[in-house]
Design a binder for this molecule. Structure first.
Ligand code: NAP
Length: 428
């Protein structure tokens, strides 16, 4: 299988590169001719590989060189399109329209290969269908499969690989394309309902609201050279912020409920018993094995129901980070019990640059179309306008060009289709 990575010089682009090469795949990683992109390509070609630093235990392990050559990385967009069976877009979502226009110019319509958005955030694909035509196959990841960094020009540090994540297939796919995708990402929980990734976009809940409501303190910490602990100080120890996040989260859950999806954590009908049953069942099964691949498979099989549902932020923490669910517990309490947030959860400006236009803005727009009171989101977007100068609004997903009928049909998955025959294997 030939895999293309768009923006291989990004943090996650590098993580994909090492895993695919180590997995024996043919890979081409494209990078822009930016300063960072050129430094990355030059360095890895000079050292004939990329250094992988790993951390399974929490401590950094010594770096290992993953060998590569000039066929694996470069600045040739035409090569990326010509030689790939899939292209993974490994950069923040607010750049995606620009990238898709460039891929169109490089001839991607002649190949119609699936494009993976890692992640898509909310309501990305209709904007991309405007460029490539309705039905073009997109694979939307709910999150990035890695927690990773780029410590030097020629290395990547993979702190954690996620055990499973949701994926929605959007547009028209050939059966062999879906088979290849499942081979490549066996941990993916795949469905055909865009709402699960769009409305399930948890970054839109955690990131921009806590960043903007704590903006003055974050700026001050930065000026003083202090570390501002985003999740602990900004949410867990800050009642008003945590409650504002919960209000926005409830809008998201109401949208999901109105779309007819199963919802866990909706104020009037939290569905706690069912959630507890699924999680208890999963834990019992997980305790019986210690092989990591088998554990992944068990998670994959037991979370099918949750896969097609929308979870509150607290339920998401239980499912993602094993923070046992305490019925009626608020977000501040659940975050204070989430180990991964205890250290080094620095605020990042992408929490606003990416998550406002591709998260809060489209969720507010969907809520408005459904007649919901979206005041808590509007207050945060007003704060954004106060603190940030918005110069470019091309990726501001306010849904103004889409009819309400289209929005609802898209979110429910009515534009997904299997085309071609099962035997229609173009790739061997
Ligand atoms: N890294 C993580 O641990 C992590 C965890 C969870 C979620 N995510 C999400 O995963 C996605 C990718 O994250 P990441 O950390 O891999 O990204 P990143 O390293 O922060 O991404 C920046 C990259 O975007 C590239 N880029 C492409 N088009 C661009 C444009 N028009 N303008 C500016 N830069 C452009 C840049 O390329 P150049 O190199 O050419 O400048 C740069 O490498 C994001 O949505 C992020 O929120 C990441």
């Amino acid at each position: 299988m030939k895999i293309g990575i768009h923006s291989v010089s990004s943090q996650s682009g590098r993580a994909y590169l090492v895993d695919f090469i180590a997995g024996g795949h043919e890979v081409y990683g494209y990078s822009r001719r930016s300063d960072n992109g050129e430094r990355f390509v030059t360095t890895v070609l000079q050292q004939q590989g990329i250094f992988l630093e790993r951390s399974d235990s929490g401590n950094r392990e010594s770096a290992q060189l993953i060998s590569l050559n000039e066929d694996n990385v470069g600045h040739d967009l035409n090569k990326l399109v010509a030689e790939s069976d899939f292209i993974i877009v490994a950069h923040p979502s607010h750049f995606v329209q620009e990238t898709i226009k460039q891929l169109k110019d490089a001839g991607i319509l002649n190949k119609r290969i699936p494009i993976i958005l890692s992640p898509s955030r909310t309501f990305a694909v209709p904007y991309l269908w405007d460029i490539l035509g309705e039905g073009y196959p997109f694979v939307c990841f709910s999150t990035n499969p890695y927690s990773c960094k780029a410590p030097t020009d020629g290395s990547v540090f993979i702190k954690r690989r996620k055990r499973s994540w949701l994926v929605s297939l959007e547009g028209e796919f050939k059966p062999y394309q879906i088979d290849l995708l499942m081979q490549l990402f066996p941990q993916a929980l795949v469905n055909q309902i865009p709402a699960t990734t769009s409305i399930g976009n948890i970054g839109a809940i955690f990131h921009p609201t806590a960043y903007l409501l704590n903006y003055a303190a974050i700026v001050k910490a930065e000026q003083d050279g202090d570390c501002y602990s985003f999740y602990t100080k900004g949410i867990a120890n800050n009642g008003p912020v945590a409650r504002h996040l919960e209000q926005i989260d409830q809008i998201r859950l109401k949208i999901a409920d109105m779309l007819g999806l199963t919802v866990f954590g909706l104020a009037d009908s939290p569905n706690e018993d069912r959630f507890q049953l699924i999680m208890d069942h999963l834990r019992v099964k997980e305790e019986q094995v210690d092989d990591i691949d088998r554990l992944r498979q068990i998670r994959h099989d037991y979370l099918r129901e949750i896969n097609d549902s929308i979870l509150s932020a607290q339920h998401w923490l239980a499912y993602t980070y094993d923070v046992e669910r305490v019925t009626d517990e608020g977000l501040a309490g659940a975050i204070s019990r989430t180990k991964t947030y205890h250290n080094r959860s620095y605020p990042q400006v992408r929490y606003v640059e990416e998550d406002v236009p591709t998260g809060l803005v489209p969720i507010m727009a969907i809520g408005e179309r459904l007649g919901l009171d979206v005041t808590p989101i509007k207050q945060i977007i007003d704060l954004h306008d106060q603190f940030f100068n918005r110069t470019d609004s091309t990726d501001w997903r306010d849904l103004s060009e889409f009819s309400t009928d289209f929005i609802l049909r898209y979110l429910k998955g009515e534009y997904f289709k299997i085309i071609g025959d099962v035997e229609d294997k173009e790739v061997v």
